[in-house]
Design a protein around this ligand. Structure first.
Ligand code: SF4
Length: 318
């Protein structure tokens, strides 16, 4: 069964199947029985679950027969990066050195716009991702300029977002803050964690430059989101890190993401935080004082309200 997932939750297990339309909480014995042979289950408390698993998977039908029209385009100008985060298994010195041809990206924007207009939609969303997208900022600049002009010409609203490591100078940070609707900066929360986890290629710390970028972006109209990677070493400090970030910068969102286990992070001695042992406890101290909480598992999204001058408005853990 390729669409049935099991997640341990304390002593029980959540079993979830999007294509068989069920979610169930079972004990270990029941999980093993389902894994071993669901078709051999007849009668008993697992009967209903076994019946559901035996039914053919139901794939969603296409919502309509319109021409496909992507309203969101993610553009990756390069896989290269000017940082060497100790947990990154995406970028290496050998990372593919080719860059995106901006003309190709512009053709795709034309295609998306044509289909959006054909389907009477009026909204296009472009997100730049990497590697570090601004490493080749002329590519980003050209695509932004092209998309902006063509959207205006066709009365299509354009939303521009970027995920970046924030390593650029003040002037460019100002430009980014004024042009992009949302800027997501990957930043690990303090001088110590940023310098240790997210160094420059020569081993020096990146805190000073990224902190300056965050300060400049704080003063622009962009929606500013900080994306913090929580490890087993930083998870205990999350309330302090959240406080430091919201005190130092005028952010709209703080997105706390647990480290994804990989061999590079492992060699650096970093592991994902245990979501059950750690995430709720340290965050809840902060949450009860400053924010409302909607909780699921181990990733946090803190939202502050710039306009109201409030430090943090809500937290969503998912
Ligand atoms: S900034 Fe992002 S892409 Fe670059 S090394 Fe760090 S995690 Fe990897």
């Amino acid at each position: 069964m390729h669409d049935i997932y099991a997640l341990q939750l304390g002593r029980t297990h959540i079993v979830y199947s999007p294509l068989h339309h069920f979610t169930a909480r079972v004990n270990k014995e029941a999980l093993l029985a389902l894994q071993r042979n669901s078709s051999g289950i007849h009668g008993g408390p697992l009967q209903d679950l076994a019946n559901r698993i035996r039914r053919p998977a139901e794939y969603p039908s296409r919502p309509n027969s319109k021409t496909p029209s992507p309203s969101k385009i993610v553009i990756m100008p390069t896989r290269r990066c000017n940082m060497r985060c100790v947990y990154c298994n995406f970028v290496t010195d050998q990372a593919h050195s080719s860059t995106l041809d901006p003309i190709q990206a512009c053709h795709f924007i034309d295609y998306a716009l044509q289909n959006l207009i054909h389907n009477k939609s009026d909204f296009l969303h472009i997100h730049f991702f990497g590697g570090e997208p601004f490493l080749h900022h002329s590519i980003v600049d050209q695509i932004v300029h092209y998309a902006r002009q063509n959207c205006i010409r066709n009365s299509v609203k354009l939303r521009l977002e970027v995920t970046t490591n924030g390593k650029f100078d003040r002037q460019y940070a100002q430009f980014v803050g004024n042009v992009f609707d949302t800027v997501v900066v990957s930043y690990d929360g303090s001088r110590a964690f940023q310098n240790a986890n997210r160094p420059n290629p020569d081993g020096s710390g990146s805190f000073k430059q990224v902190s300056t970028t965050l300060q400049v972006l704080s003063e622009t109209s962009t929606e500013l989101c900080v994306r913090l990677c929580a490890t087993d070493q930083s998870v205990h400090a999350l309330p302090d890190l959240a406080r430091q970030i919201t005190d130092a910068y005028n952010i709209d969102k703080l997105n706390i993401e647990p480290l994804t286990a990989n061999s590079v992070a492992n060699s650096a001695g970093l592991r994902p935080p245990d979501p059950y042992a750690h995430s709720f406890k340290p965050l809840s101290a902060l949450i009860t004082k400053r924010i409302n909480m909607v909780s699921k598992l181990s990733m946090g999204l803190l939202t502050s309200d710039k306009s109201a001058g409030l430090p943090v408005r809500s937290v969503k853990i998912h």
